[in-house]
Design a protein around this ligand. Structure first.
Ligand SMILES: Cc1ncc(COP(=O)(O)O)c(C=O)c1O
Length: 386
């Protein structure tokens, strides 16, 4: 069934996105086309596939799925989330400026500061939760605004429509890392973004068994530029990984629904815990980002961070090493719950002073709330926090 964007419900869209019966056999599931090349009947006479870095049928089905679930025209799959980010920055030239969030995934910050700065691209980090900070940072050289919302790990919310207006007025592209929300909760293109990026490793794959990234765009020229980078730089995912993410997307809605339900239970449990100082979750009505989150998201997800009243590393470490259902690991978005220490794990590449300045304290603990029974997750946190 081919689906028209926005014309069907989310569940139908996620199940049928990119899914066409295989033309050679009628297989309902897209086969894993494990091939590096395609036979031509004469030079230049082929069936649309020449070499698998440039085209692969399993990847094509997935890229169509990416486009459908983000309400975009075109999808592109990459071998990781950072490879997708890398392609976006390679659209730029030396001297160009990027305005980026001062609170975002540490690996994105590392790519910007340690890889691309030396090629003459300038990154300006601002608190994007207040769009006027972005406006104030715009110069004639601003070519890209890079937003994460909710952010990793402080769950800060940025107003997508407001930033899109600023990007358009500045003649700059707006790229939104939508990994934390997933397309179930938020579609940035609908609010005027030019590019949506995902670490498909997370909610899209959903089972902690694949590393992958994607970009979704509406503009054909922009798609051509990004496709050129995808095939020229070569960070493409293998067909098996494409199959896994295609399969993951089919259950995105049921998984996300449960992540959201469990997220509500865990966020409220933590907030009422006498040993917990602060809980970061955009679903609290008194949280700074609530009004904007309510406007642009369909729910609040299962990503939650918190600090303990006892600010010592010893206290945080005790919790981090005592959970039994929440596994201590990097990553997020899988069916199983994970617990993480951003300062030493996912965000270790950000200098400590920078981290602290932007509110990411040494003792911050991040949870990726899975889809297990909420009562069991609460019991696990209870025994770990004490
Ligand atoms: C918000 C966010 N963006 C991008 C990435 C990078 O994705 P990947 O690990 O698939 O390269 C991550 C990884 O944790 C992430 O959390």
């Amino acid at each position: 069934m081919s689906i028209e964007n926005k014309s069907v419900g989310l569940a139908t869209k996620f199940i049928h996105a990119g899914a066409e019966p295989d033309p050679s056999t009628g297989a309902i599931m897209t086969p894993i086309y494990q091939t590096s090349t395609y036979v031509q009947s004469a030079p230049g006479h082929h069936k649309g596939y020449e070499y698998a870095r440039s085209q692969n049928p399993t990847r094509k089905a997935l890229e169509e799925a990416f486009a459908a679930i983000e309400n975009g025209q075109y999808g592109l799959a990459f071998s990781s989330g950072v490879a997708a980010t890398d392609a976006v920055i390679k659209l730029l030239n030396p001297g160009d400026e990027v305005i980026a969030a001062n609170d975002m995934y540490g690996g994105t910050y590392r790519l910007f500061t340690k890889v691309f700065e030396k090629f003459g691209i300038k990154f300006i980090y601002v608190d994007t939760t207040d769009a006027t900070n972005i406006k104030a940072a715009v110069t004639a050289s601003t070519k890209l605004i890079w937003i994460e919302t909710p952010t990793n790990p402080l769950m800060n919310i940025t107003d997508l429509a407001a930033v899109s207006d600023i990007a358009k007025a500045a003649g700059a592209l707006l790229c939104v890392d939508n990994t934390f929300a997933s397309p179930y909760l938020q579609n940035p293109l609908d609010f005027g973004a030019d590019i949506v990026m995902h670490s498909a490793t997370k909610y899209l794959g959903g089972h902690s068994d694949v590393i992958q990234g994607c970009l979704v765009i509406n503009d054909k020229d922009l798609r051509e530029k990004l496709y050129f980078l995808q095939k020229s730089c070569g960070a493409v995912p293998g067909p098996m990984d494409c199959f896994l993410v295609l399969r993951g997307i089919k259950t995105l809605h049921v998984r996300m629904k449960q992540h959201c339900e469990n997220g509500i239970v865990i966020a409220n449990y933590l907030r009422s815990h006498p040993k917990v100082a602060k809980v970061y979750w955009p679903g609290f009505e008194d949280s700074a980002g609530y009004a904007v989150a309510k406007k642009q998201m369909r729910g609040f997800g299962g990503m939650i961070s918190f600090t303990l009243k006892n600010e010592s590393m010893e206290a945080a470490n005790k919790v981090l090493s005592s959970t039994k259902l929440f596994s201590l690991a990097e990553s997020l978005g899988g069916v199983e719950s994970l617990i993480n220490h951003p300062a030493s794990m996912t965000h270790a590449s950000i200098p400590r002073e920078e981290r602290i300045k932007n509110g990411l304290s040494d003792g911050l603990i991040r949870l990726s709330v899975g889809i297990e029974d909420a009562a069991d997750l609460v019991a696990d946190l209870q025994q770990a926090i004490g």
